[in-house]
Design a protein. Structure first.
Length: 172
């Protein structure tokens, strides 16, 4: 569950609504039929590590259930159960004082993809945002990515690859 959230950018409500018919393991995609928040559907992708975890989960989960993450009976796992499971994982990893939430995984997804060079417009579509400003609030460049961008730009400047003649903002 955690890797699916971290690597797909899905909202927890979207993940809990995923049915087996929404998953295409061959294409490594998940179809979100209708977001509870926006009402829009979209396709999200499954990374290699999430794919491996998903395959393991598919082997041990109850096969007759229609939801990927299910509860007893025919219902999907509740948000409170998901949150409790997440809290248990945080405790086991000694991360309880870090204020992580299920939703923070979505922010991490956005920040990591932006720092890896994904265009903001592509990230907007993956996250299901209608307004790019919302995506901009989610995604923050890491210090390392910012330092890399600075270093690469400075190397171009030092090699003389930019013109160097600037128009004055104040014409005399």
């Amino acid at each position: 569950m955690i890797l699916m959230l971290l690597r797909s950018g899905m909202r927890i409500s979207e993940l809990l609504a995923v049915k087996l018919q929404d998953i295409n393991l061959r294409e490594r995609t998940v179809t979100i039929r209708e977001s509870a928040k926006t009402g829009n559907g979209r396709i999200v992708y499954v990374s290699d590590d999430a794919y491996k975890a998903l395959r393991k989960w598919m082997k041990v989960r109850e096969a007759n259930k229609k939801y990927l993450f299910h509860s007893h009976g025919e219902t999907s796992m509740s948000y409170s159960t998901a949150r409790s499971s997440f809290a248990n994982c945080l405790r086991k990893a000694h991360l309880v004082r870090k204020n992580y939430t299920l939703h923070s995984l979505r922010h991490t997804f956005a920040s990591e993809l932006l720092s890896a060079g994904m265009p903001l417009e592509s990230l907007q579509i993956l996250m299901g945002h209608s307004d790019i400003e919302v995506t901009r609030r989610y995604a923050r460049l890491t210090d390392r990515a910012l330092e890399k961008d600075y270093s690469e730009a400075m190397k171009r400047i030092e090699r003389g690859e930019i013109d160097g003649s600037y128009r004055s903002a104040y014409q005399i």
